[in-house]
Design a protein around this ligand. Structure first.
Ligand code: DOR
Length: 435
């Protein structure tokens, strides 16, 4: 199947140009194809922008074991609609992805259920070093340095030293200091209202754990990626770290702060917690000056019934894959960032950081994972329109301008004219270990 995408404004690695793109099977055959190119299908992209498909390197898709909240089928339909063509998923499913067998089982499930491309982190425990040393079909190791949803936690310094010293896969971590969180929780009697969540999982908890993890990575000369940076202190600290260290921001830490608890309550209860408006600004500045290189969602669905329990019974997490590109394109329209920056944060950078083979750029020979967006399209986000299985969004009622209108996964259209094409399957993401 050859597809000619005609007359698009294309976000290339070093420029935004008006060109024709030719797809041949699963690859990009040309980024400057003549109008007369032989093709089985022609898509007129006049007035639209073509971006590399998004690579969301931090999601929780809940399968196996927690499929009343989300599953691979629903989550990847939401991805297709949102322009996300590849995801890397976290290990806090049931069972946890902490053995080679659990990893293989997840990959097998994904092959039959996923409508976009898939990859899964291997989770660290205090005693699965051998697994972390032998896993290959994975982007890297996830460590919860600070507990969150589920019971994955590595807090012992000795265990952490060994993981950083004796493994070679890149590592990423959830950084919130367990001792600080526990002490804060004790002081507040466990917390009584959702605003307490940001006092329990406070600024100090975030910076202490981020410093600790970066210290481990720098001493052991290990590639390390800081997930969901939520504070100005962390951004400031990360400005001075070495090239071994990369870091990312999430939409909820860009768009929500503690003043939103009044309106949204436990819907925006997250780990790390949302912080202040000043922290929102600092995280944005970190992105704009290159200190933070990635925007990923931390898509972590729970049912509305679960979320509406009184704090602290309510679980932390919110869904986002479906709307995150639109949230960022809306900012492009407001002049806060450029479309090239969005492509870098959501595709080129995660592809480079996790060594994804042939992904993250619109380049000849690269995988035909693409999203066509209409920067002028305005649409309201409504719970009843969400494709995620949990069926709600913390952005319910917000109108955004700039939306995906067509998504290709490995050369196949998986979303067009407002519909997901359910027959399409993604492929296992491959990693270029030589980089
Ligand atoms: O708020 C969160 N929810 N943060 C995490 O790190 C995990 C996630 C979940 O899996 O629910």
């Amino acid at each position: 199947m050859r597809t000619l995408i005609r007359n698009a404004t294309v976000v290339l690695p070093d420029a935004v140009e008006h060109v024709n793109i030719l797809l041949d099977g699963p690859r990009i055959a040309s980024v400057d194809a003549p109008d007369s190119s032989r093709a089985d299908a022609v898509v007129d992209a006049s007035g639209l922008h073509l971006l590399p498909g998004l690579i969301d390197d931090q999601v929780h898709f809940r399968e196996p074991g927690l499929t009343h909240k989300e599953d691979l089928h629903h989550a990847t339909r939401a991805c297709a609609k949102g322009g996300v063509t590849s995801f890397l998923e976290m290990p806090n499913t049931k069972p946890t992805t902490t053995s080679l067998r659990a990893l293989d089982e997840k990959l097998a499930l994904a092959a039959s259920h996923c409508h976009v491309n898939y990859g899964f982190y291997i989770g660290a425990t205090p005693d699965n070093l051998d697994v972390l040393q032998t896993a290959t079909r994975t982007p890297g190791i996830k460590i919860f340095i600070g507990s969150s949803t589920g019971d994955l936690l590595v807090d012992s310094q000795q265990a952490l030293e060994r993981i950083f010293a004796e493994t070679t896969l890149p590592i990423c971590a959830h950084c919130e200091d367990e001792t600080t969180v526990k002490a804060n929780a004790a002081r507040l009697n466990g917390g009584h209202q959702v605003a307490d969540h940001s006092l329990i999982r406070d600024h100090k908890a975030a910076i202490i754990a981020t410093r600790r993890a970066v210290d481990l990575a720098e001493r052991h000369k290990h590639r390390f990626h800081v997930l969901h940076v939520s504070t100005a202190d962390e951004v400031e600290f990360l400005r001075g770290t070495s090239d071994l260290i990369t870091a990312e921001a999430c939409p909820h830490h860009l768009f929500f702060n503690i003043s939103d608890y009044v309106r949204l309550g436990t819907l925006i209860q997250m780990n790390p917690s949302i912080k202040t408006a000043a922290d929102n600004d600092a995280v944005w500045r970190g992105l704009l000056d290159g200190t933070l290189e990635v925007v990923a969602t931390d898509h972590a669905p729970h049912t509305l019934e679960e979320k509406r329990q009184p704090y602290p019974k309510s679980p932390s997490g919110l869904p986002a894959v479906e709307n995150y590109l639109a949230l960022l394109l809306n900012e492009v329209n407001q002049g806060r960032c450029t479309i090239s920056q969005v492509a870098s944060w959501t595709s080129a950078a995660p592809a480079r950081i996790w060594n994804l083979k042939s992904k993250g750029q619109i380049r000849e020979g690269f995988d035909a994972d693409l999203v066509l967006v209409d920067l002028n399209k305005s649409e309201i986000i409504l719970n009843e329109h969400q494709l995620t299985k949990c069926g709600w969004s913390p952005w319910h009622g917000e109108t955004l301008t700039g939306w995906p209108v067509r998504t290709w996964v490995m050369g196949q259209t998986v979303f067009a004219e407002g519909k997901v094409i359910d027959e399409v399957r993604g492929t296992e993401i491959l990693f270029d270990r030589l980089k």
